[in-house]
Each structure stands twice: as C-alpha cells, then as structure tokens.
Design a protein around this ligand. Structure first.
Ligand code: HEM
Length: 269
C-alpha cells in the first residue's frame, strides 16, 4: 500500500513501483523529422547507464566483502558482475544493426555529446583502480556527476580491497602500496604477484575469487574491443563527437588490464 494524493492508501502497482510513466517519458529524439534509429540509439545508451549504475552498486559491495574477508559474498557478486559485463558486450550486436547511413542521418544532432563524458563509466574505471585524475576535468564544474567522480578518485579502489583480502590470507603487501596516493592508478608489483601465486597454489577457494576477477577484467577489455569495432564500422576514421581522433584514440586503451598482477603471473603456474 502507498499513500494516494488525497492521503488515502492505494494499491501499489507494477508501473507505480517502477516509476514507468517517468521512465518511458525520458527518450526524446532530437532529429526533426524523426530519424527512425535515434530511438534505438537513446534507449541503448540509457540501458547502458542503468547497467553501469548496477555495476557500481555491486562492485562497491565486492570491495566491502573483500575488506571484511567475506570470500563467498565476493564470489557470488563477482559472478553477477561478470554476467552484466557479458550483457553489455552482447548489446553491441543490437547497435550494430544500425547502418552508418542511419547513424549519420542524426549524428550532427548529438553536437559534442559523447560516451567519453559518461561519468559512471569513469566511476567504474576508478573503482576498479584505473584512476586518471585528468578525467574529472572533462565533467562540468560544480555538477553532481563531477563531485561523485572526485569522491571515487579519492577513495580506495577494489584493488585495495583485494590487498586487504590477500593480507588476511597471509600474503605480504608492500607498505609502499598500502600507503600510496589512492588517486594514482594500480601499479603491478612483484611481491603482490608472489602472494597471488601462493594463494593459487595453497588456497583453492581464493583461487576461485582470483579467476572471477580475471573474468571481470577480461569482460571489460572485451567491451572496449567490441566498442571500437562498432565505432570503426559505423564512422570509420572520422573524429568522435567528443573531439577525439575517434577509433584511433579508442585503440589506445585496448588490452590494458585493470588488475595487471593477475595477468603478470599466468606463465608461472
Ligand atoms: C554508433 C554508436 C557509437 C559510436 C559511433 C561511438 C563512438 C565513440 C567515439 C568516437 C569515442 C571516442 C571519444 C569521442 O571523441 O567521442 C567514444 C567513446 C566512448 N563511448 Fe562510444 N560510441 C558509440 C556507442 C556507445 C555506446 C552504446 C556506449 C555505451 C555507454 C558508449 C560508450 C563510450 C564510452 C564509455 C567512451 C569513452 C571510452 C574511453 O575513453 O576509453 N559508446 N565512442
């Protein structure tokens, strides 16, 4: 039951609970006359932002679980994150049904708007440890999204949660890493790698966690790859609406892991 306008109680409905009237009113194509594919373009970006919201919610929990030593909680949530990433990658297939011609029919209406300005995507990168302070400056001064990203920049990342967990399980994490400036990106470290190998060899339950973290890392790299291929087939070597050189800029971030230590040990098993 919820309170109605007249103060009386009314039945909660599906649409009321999900605020569907508001949600379904948020897709506003800018093309005039309307270009058919702009609706797809808007819906898919909004859906991505909703998934980003969930990813932040879930990865925050994994960080807390790792710090608290809640291994099974972290494992269960990592599985969910991995599946969401697979869905994000899969959705690119839908966008690729839009031809370059249909995109170009409304592209200029995007003006300088670009996924490059997705604050939640940057929050995910920062939360996973891929911090770049200069990214904050690309968001409007004084905006709520900029303050959220600034907060993330100054917070420990998931990798700090992993260090907490590794220490609980007997690994030594260099003091230099524990006291480092948290606004800097994760750096690979040989002592951490030794600790990871030791856990893989002696504590199979921790090994399951580390494999899932590797899945998540690979999932994000897969998304970057599919995004750049979609960009290449849709706009070729044109510049991005965000002002970057486009596909060439995006190729620069391919194959860069967020958990470098997990990749650095693969030849040592
Ligand atoms: C026709 C579809 C798309 C095209 C042509 C496209 C194009 C581009 C280009 C050229 C960039 C580089 C920045 C710039 O200069 O604008 C970029 C960045 C980005 N796009 Fe897309 N994009 C498309 C769809 C999407 C979708 C559906 C998402 C999902 C949210 C997305 C998220 C991003 C993100 C997060 C970045 C920043 C990547 C980074 O800096 O590493 N894009 N996109």
């Amino acid at each position: 039951m919820v309170d109605g306008e007249d103060g009386g109680a009314v039945e909660l409905t599906y649409s009321g609970y999900l605020k569907l009237e508001e949600l379904l009113d948020l897709q506003e194509p800018r093309s005039n006359p309307p270009e058919h594919d702009e609706v797809l373009f808007i819906v898919i970006h909004q859906v991505y932002e909703l998934w980003f919201k969930l990813l932040l919610h879930e990865i925050d929990k994994i960080k807390r679980d790792l710090t608290a030593g809640e291994l099974f909680g972290a494992i269960a949530t990592l599985k969910r994150v991995r599946m969401v990433l697979k869905t994000l990658v899969g959705q690119i297939d839908i966008l690729e049904t839009m031809t370059p011609m249909s995109f170009l029919a409304f592209r200029d209406r995007l003006e300088t708007a670009s996924g490059f300005q997705s604050a939640q995507f940057r929050e995910i990168e920062f939360l996973l440890g891929y911090k770049r302070a200069d990214m904050v400056g690309h968001l409007p001064d004084g905006s709520p999204e900029r303050s959220r990203l600034e907060k993330r920049l100054n917070e420990p990342s998931l990798v700090d949660g992993l260090y907490d967990f590794l220490e609980r399980r007997g690994a030594s994490i260099p003091v230099r890493l524990r006291r480092r400036d948290v606004t800097l990106p994760t750096e690979p470290d040989e002592m951490v790698q030794e600790g990871l190998l030791q856990l893989y060899r002696t504590q199979p339950d921790a090994g399951i966690l580390l494999e899932l973290m590797t899945d998540v890392d690979e999932g994000l790299q897969e998304w970057r790859y599919r995004h750049v291929k979609m960009v290449e087939r849709t706009i070729g070597n044109k510049r991005g609406t965000g002002g970057s050189p486009g596909a060439e800029y995006l190729r620069g971030s391919l194959f860069k892991p967020v958990f470098p230590d997990l990749w650095a040990i693969r030849h040592r098993f």
